[in-house]
Design a protein around this ligand. Structure first.
Ligand code: 6LW
Length: 502
């Protein structure tokens, strides 16, 4: 690319679309690594790699063994894993995170961020959520958590050296001072936090001091980032982390949402990871616009490997983007039983159950399609769009019949059904935008159907997408589209995901 082309080029935000909240980033040489929250899903804490801050490839999940990630069945969705901090120190990657459903704060390490990551060191002396790790010049490790408070700890053993001590906590009276990250930059220690809560009032503020424990002087321009009270297409901006590029420029990764429809606006993809440029004025960071299109960075872009739209299930292990609800027992979920197929063996009897056998991937685009070819000869299962146990739509096949099912809060419905010939059948869902009719127009619609042998798509029904949004369902996640078993054993030949827009 010539310099002129590069100067005029833009790149798209979010850089990690779909349910990828609470991003934490670090750089090692020319390589960037980023980790996100994962809540009730197993494996947990997706880890990504990039060479340019724009193109990200998932290289693994930090918590991918049951010994690292306990997600008990009696703990609700949107529990589990909250807000990691990822750092590189002393030749190792360090990831500190909270499991609100089981173990509290814990720390894992790896020499290769693609894994394997260690078994967890538990941190009973670290209170609360959103733990951060920072090391000072003499090697002391400082752990700062939401609230905002701080303890010194030994990251190898998890031992803490004092009771938590309260620090600067943002604007007095503001809700939810959280997501602290502490950095040594130039002459100061900077304490970056989120405040206002992860909803429409979310924002980012910063303070600085001469020692990692403060006292801290707040930035006169706080909040340094917020979209509260604006009609910006990206809302809820907050929970940020800073990184410096090799050329000396600074960048912020943060979470935001893209609400759709009328009032109050519904976001369906969860909280996504956005990128923004940062400059420094008078020793304070100034955040550039968090826009859907950003001026491209000043270096050549390095797209990662092309992600195939179709998974043929021809590998012995599932690719890292596939996630399950709470656990994934090998005897119930395997590509080793029928070559080139994913086999799911039912446990929970439907997606209403916390122990449903489900394998899905994040919906990453506002408009998209997904299809799968299922063989239901020995059971019943299908293709689902899941927000949580109480909010999901699915098209379900059993031998000779296909049904469209919806669960919205306490209401379960069979929306439609039709006979199908015996044998494997292709199930599909298309997510489309809706023209704004009036203030009550929802964000999108989901059309489910069956693909005929000649490739035509026969619709079974279209459902309003608002019921699979965070504003309706609550919680911290976003839509996940995938395959599940409801009875007996079902086999899936392939799964296609196709973006149809941003
Ligand atoms: C996370 C907190 C937040 O712990 O939401 O937006 C919580 N920020 O920092 C769950 O993601």
């Amino acid at each position: 690319m010539s310099d002129i082309q590069q100067a005029n080029a833009t790149v798209s935000n979010p850089v990690l679309p779909g349910f990828h909240p609470d991003p934490s980033i670090c750089r090692v040489g020319e390589d960037y690594y980023l980790a996100c929250s994962s809540f009730e899903y197993f494996p947990g804490v997706p880890v990504f790699h990039s060479r340019d801050l724009v193109n990200w490839t998932q290289i693994g999940n930090a918590l991918d063994r049951p010994s690292q990630l306990r997600l008990p069945l009696d703990k609700p969705s949107s529990g589990g894993i909250y807000a990691p901090t990822l750092r590189h120190h002393d030749g190792r990657f360090w990831l500190i995170v909270t499991n609100v459903s089981a173990d509290g704060n814990l720390l894992v390490t790896a020499t290769d961020p693609a894994g394997p990551w260690s078994d967890p060191v538990l941190l009973p002396g670290v209170p609360g959520i959103d733990p951060d790790l920072a090391w000072d010049e003499d090697g002391t490790c400082w752990c700062t958590v939401a609230g905002v408070s701080q303890v010194r700890l030994d990251p190898d053993t998890g031992e803490t050296f004092e009771p938590p001590r309260k620090l600067w906590s943002g604007m007095p009276g503001a809700k939810a001072p959280e997501a602290p990250h502490l950095y040594r930059i130039g002459d100061y220690w900077y304490l970056l936090i989120a405040e206002g809560g992860t909803e429409r009032c979310h924002g980012v503020s910063i303070a600085r001091g001469h020692t990692p424990g403060g006292p801290f002087e707040p930035c006169p321009a706080n909040p340094i980032l917020t979209h509260r009270g604006t009609d910006h297409p990206i809302q809820n901006t907050g929970h940020a982390d800073l990184v410096q590029a090799p050329d000396g420029s600074w960048w912020m990764v943060l979470l935001g949402v893209r609400p759709g429809g009328g009032t109050p606006g519904w976001h369906v993809l969860g909280r996504e990871t956005f990128l923004a440029p940062v400059t420094w004025v008078d020793g304070w960071p100034v955040v550039g616009e968090v826009a859907l299109e950003l001026p491209a960075p000043a270096w050549p872009l390095v797209p990662g490997p092309v992600q195939p739209g179709r998974d043929d299930f021809d590998l012995s292990e599932l690719r890292p983007q596939w996630i399950s609800v709470r656990d994934r027992p090998a005897e119930r979920c395997t590509t080793k039983e029928r070559s080139g197929w994913l086999t799911l063996r039912a446990r929970g009897a439907s997606l209403d159950e916390p122990d449903v056998i489900f394998v899905g991937r994040r919906q990453q685009h506002l408009t998209c399609g997904a299809r799968t070819r299922i063989d239901p000869a020995e059971g019943r299962g299908g293709l689902a769009v899941r927000l949580d146990e109480e909010h999901h739509y699915e098209i379900e096949a059993s031998e000779g019949e296909v049904r469209l099912l919806s669960r919205i809060g306490p209401l379960n419905s069979v929306v439609a059904s039709r006979p199908v010939p015996a044998g494997p059948v292709v199930l599909g869902v298309r997510v489309s935008g809706t023209p704004l009719r009036d203030a009550r127009t929802g964000p999108d619609v989901l059309t489910f159907g069956v693909e005929e042998p000649d490739g035509t798509f026969t619709e079974l029904g279209t459902l309003d997408g608002r019921y699979l949004s965070t504003e309706v369902a609550g919680g911290f996640t976003g839509r996940v589209i995938g395959m599940y078993a409801a009875a007996g054993t079902v086999h899936f030949d392939w799964f296609d995901y196709e973006p149809l827009g941003p």
